[in-house]
Ligand binder design. Sequence first.
Ligand SMILES: [Cu+2]
Length: 327
Amino acid sequence: MGAILLCSTFGIAQDNLWSSGRPDGHAPISIMADHYHKKGEIMFSYRFMPMWMSGNLSSAKEISEAEIHEDYMVAPQKMKMTMQMLGFMYAMSDGLTFAVMGNHIANDMDLVTGMREGFVTKSSGFGDVSVSGLLKIVNGNKQSLHTTIGISIPTGNIDQRDDTPMMANAQLAYPMQLGSGTWDPYLGVTYLGQSTNFSWGVQPSYKLRLGTNTEDYALGNLLNVVAWGAIKASDYLSFSTSINYCNLGEITGQDADLNPMMMPLFNTVNSGRNQMDLGVGSNFYISSGGLKNLRLGLEVKIPVSQSVNGIQMKNTLATTFGVQYSL
Ligand SMILES: [Cu+2]
């Protein structure tokens, strides 16, 4: 009720509305569901998101391959995960925007045995599809608040296999799989604010896993909190910085095809992490002409602190390049 009153009070002065019609009217490109649309608007987006891992951590400290080989036959060395994401948004009304996202994932992992034999495993294919509704709570006084309620549908394959020196067509580690295998509802709240030359936002979100998947496990729940600020350098260019905290829970259950003594990422004790990332990015926005409402975004994120349960790979860099176009 309070929100409705606020909405109608602030809604009178159109100049006072928070607006997406500027380069920093969208959050840094790695952030999803940061904005909603006006009734009838449609938006398509494409994101290219490579991320890299290198070396291993035991809790928050680096651990050598030799130390890993004391307990496991194989040690992971490097991993690259490339996600490509397609998104579609449609505003059914000024208060409700519908969003669907699908992705394609390609993973590469370099590993080494205790006998120093190196090998590579690969997996690729379509990941999970998410469907969500973005509900505007209030927009006024150059500030906006909305909530996102969604569900991730387990379309991604979780039986990815590849040949290894130990076994042909071996089940691959949990992080090499393409989806969670479970239906994952999520809830997020996004606060946005802007002044003439600056903008900022905060978005906490939580993703829950329902039940266990066909391989008898469930990934940990995911808490994510991101805050960002941006400066509008001109009508078409902005620069941003962001700080992201995430807490991913431990895997429950286990995939019977994965021998926990083989390598750290086959053992669910080595799952779940806390991580803080610092990001810098830029948005480019065309506000008029034939390419009106075309946006390009680039963001680079570097982990500034990470602490893992047990032994896991160390994240080193995550980048996002994206194109968005609204009609
Ligand atoms: Cu959009």
